[in-house]
Design a protein around this ligand. Sequence first.
Ligand SMILES: C[S@@+](CC[C@H](N)C(=O)[O-])C[C@H]1O[C@@H](n2cnc3c(N)ncnc32)[C@H](O)[C@@H]1O
Length: 487
Amino acid sequence: MDTLISWFQEHGGSVDASSLGFAEIDGQGRAAVAKRDLPEGHNLFSIPRSLTLSTRNSPLPKLLGDALWKTHELGKGWVGLILCMMWEEAQGPASKWSGYLATLPTDFNTPMFWSEEDIQELKGTAVVDKIGKEDAEKDYHGRLIPCLNARPDLFLPELLSTCYSLEQYHTHGSRILSRSFHVEKSDDEDSDEDAEAGCSDAMDTDEAPQLVAPSGPGSAENDSAAGAAGEDSDDEDDEDVGDVAMVPMADMLNARYGSENAKLFYERYDLNMVTTKPIKAGEQIWNTYGDPPNADLLRRYGHVDVVSLPGGGEGNPADIVEVRADLVVDCISSGAGDLSERIDWWLDQGGDDTFALDRDLELPPDCISFIRLLQLTSGEWDKAQTKGKLPKGKMEPAIASVAVEVLTRRLAQYPTSIEDDEVLLSPERTGTLSLNRKHAIIVRLGEKRILRGMLDNMRKLAQGDGKKYNKRKADDKGGRSGKKARQ
Ligand SMILES: C[S@@+](CC[C@H](N)C(=O)[O-])C[C@H]1O[C@@H](n2cnc3c(N)ncnc32)[C@H](O)[C@@H]1O
């Protein structure tokens, strides 16, 4: 840590060393800790914007030139930033970021580095399809290697097997996935005139950059600012990859569900890490990673959150289960003829191909709407098209019956039962598990518990009165419309 702090201060960063220290915490790596009682609003450290490592700040893109940058599509996804990080590391002490790069991790607990056997433990969860290793390797061979070969003066051939290896590509990609921030240009960088006119409002914003990953190391399909596969690919096309930045010092803070007590604030020239709550001496200083479900935490950061749940027990309150629309179709189509026209229309109307079930154990309104659409009589289907309106997300017993079938089949996609997993995580057994296996069991158990809770609810509803359910929902939400599936 001393190397990082000295490097940081030599390059214009400032740290309140009387308030903040670093400690190694079992199972969490390095962590920031309060050295004394801190009030809310205390500035812990400041990072000059120029010290963040991004394609905007590294000199490499200019040295490479626009033409090559475009030919190899280095402005798409993370390939450009990975190349900058590789190149900066290859410069050794001549790189402005050498003192920082030397402190970054080289080992990760993310499924990207798991054996096939460990990945099998995640079967049924949404993680498996989102790891993105193949896409990353396709980008490495298809975009990065041709660029390296085109400029041997910049990428020295004798360093290709070390600094520019596939292994290093994955390492830098994983560093970005677990540590990068979204740092938009300050008004000054956009335009000096604009900055004069009105930068202060923009910089006073409460919008802090967070540890978010705008696109996967291998493919824009794999990650997004929302942290879910493929969902934001349209937005990603518009995204400025120059906004993805490694932020020295700020990336030393851990996070845990609901524990945030510090946050990074944008200022005109600096990014400031400021306490958002009073913190007692000895307590950990936590940032937020946006409180994602355990499946995303594991995939991106290599750990899971296990905290007390509101209804009792332990787990991650933000857990969700993804249910693919095609499973819903399979559960209906047996008796309903060709549904492809309705499915296409659903997608044209902006409907999702995946539904996210969360711990409130209610079927999401968009999933209800989709089931209703598939069940419309042909007369009702004609009417819906004429009006251009999707059915309302209103629950009724017939919908709950379909949901029972969908949830039962979704639960069967996990090879093990809830009871099997509970035994594996019991105090007598948990010590015998590898870290990867333990993490996988925690992820899949959290998902299965949601499915089972929802299944119990749907069974009751299928036999009872849907009106009561809709009334209760409206009462619970004070008449607000239902929660949308994850965006
Ligand atoms: C932004 S870095 C934080 C600093 C990091 N601990 C280090 O040693 O450099 C994010 C990484 O910290 C670890 N981490 C963060 N929060 C954690 C938590 N609540 N439990 C376990 N590990 C955590 C994970 O390995 C994650 O990928």
